[in-house]
Design a protein around this ligand. Structure first.
Ligand SMILES: *Cc1c(COP(=O)(O)O)cnc(C)c1O
Length: 367
């Protein structure tokens, strides 16, 4: 990416909002629970370097990423706290795990054996599955889980154990019961090895921290809420929390479209009357979802403008009939009022996906 920003499609990251969000959650969560900033996927599209540095300046000492590439880059950029890799790392990278002082998640017994076979005292944390069925050893099989944790503690540098909640963001009775059950299973496992005095025992993601806080968890792995978005659209966030991401573009041209003409690929939109249409140089290759074709909207000079036709790879068209719009005017695709959560709702997905999908070719500008 060139250092100069030419106005086409760009993301503005409000680092002050990020800092404020961190402080709000730091005040909300009891001091006995440390915060782990989850900065995987380039800090949910916000840029892990600036985000992690800001968090470090705020006093955060724990970071989580999804893979070893992200982990190494983070270390190279000067992040010096714990860096936990939440997912799979090939044991071919054992030397790098040691060299960069990374903490690797253990997925199951077989993976643990592979790590042991490297003959290196790798820092690690054991994942305990309490019902999500993604990674981890079965926590419900308490005796086996206990035995396995004790076995690993002898041969690797075991820093902790953790589980992941899968419906903590929903607030119906069934989901709440399931979350309680997950926490209960995990806490039993933790109790069974309490004599090992493992440094980190944790079960909370964003939704868990907000809606199912558990004092047994001495770490809260915060992702989405740090970026000012909601785990689920129906959740309410604490007062003062603000979205960190705004996404902007410009009007590249304006044209008249006559009644009966169609707009865009596949001719999916037909003008019912004479219209004024603006073209915007942002498309699905920038990460703007093609599912928003004909149902999404943008804001130009504060005015709502509907997408007409299919979102193209690099451009899209919007209806500006009766709006005050000129070429080069700024277009708001996302901001602190129309958030990624709002956009996600239109296409039945989650804010996480909207912001993670904003592609690398869209420059990030930090404020
Ligand atoms: C992604 C992830 C998190 C963060 O989830 P949020 O909902 O964004 O807070 C926490 N823990 C694990 C294991 C994860 O994979």
């Amino acid at each position: 990416m060139t250092s100069k920003m030419y106005k086409r499609s760009w993301v503005e990251i409000d680092l002050e909002a990020l800092e404020d969000n961190y402080k709000i959650y730091r005040n909300l969560i009891p001091a006995t629970t440390q915060i782990m900033a989850v900065v995987k996927a380039d800090a949910y599209g916000c840029g892990y370097e600036q985000v992690a540095k800001t968090m470090q300046e705020c006093g955060c000492k724990n970071f989580a990423v999804s893979n070893i590439y992200e982990a190494i880059e983070l270390r190279q950029k000067g992040i010096n706290g714990q860096i936990l890799i939440l997912g799979y790392t090939s044991v071919d990278a054992a030397d790098e795990l040691i060299k960069y002082d990374l903490t690797q998640t253990i997925l199951d017994e077989e993976y643990a054996n592979d790590l042991i076979a490297t003959n290196k005292k790798i820092k690690c944390q054991y994942a305990i599955d309490t019902g999500m069925n993604r990674i981890g050893i079965d926590g419900e099989n308490l005796k086996e889980a206990e035995k396995e944790i004790r076995r690993i503690n002898k041969v690797l540098d075991l820093k902790g154990i953790f589980t992941h909640l899968c419906v903590a963001d929903a607030n119906d009775e069934n989901s709440n019961l399931f979350t309680k059950k997950q926490l209960n299973i995990f806490n039993k496992v933790a109790d069974s090895v309490s004599d090992l005095k493992l440094e980190y025992i944790h079960s909370l993601n964003s939704a868990g921290s907000l809606f199912h806080y558990d004092e047994n968890s001495n770490l809260a792995r915060l992702g989405i809420v740090l970026y000012g978005l909601k785990p689920d659209y129906n959740d309410t966030l604490p007062e003062g929390v603000k979205p960190v991401i705004s996404w902007k573009s410009v009007v590249s041209m304006i044209k008249e479209v006559k009644a009966g003409e169609t707009i865009g690929y596949g001719r999916t939109y037909t003008a019912k009357q004479n219209m004024k249409v603006a073209t915007i140089p942002t498309g699905y290759a920038d990460g703007y979802s093609r599912y928003l074709s004909n149902i999404g909207h943008v804001y130009i000079n504060g005015q709502k403008s509907n997408i007409v036709g299919k979102v193209c790879m690099d451009q899209m068209m919007v209806d500006v009939t009766n709006l005050k719009v000129g070429r080069n005017d700024e277009v708001v695709l996302l901001d602190q009022t129309y958030t990624a959560d709002d956009m996600a709702k239109t296409i039945n997905t989650i804010g996480y996906e909207i912001i993670c999908n904003i592609s690398k070719r869209v420059p990030r500008i930090y404020k």
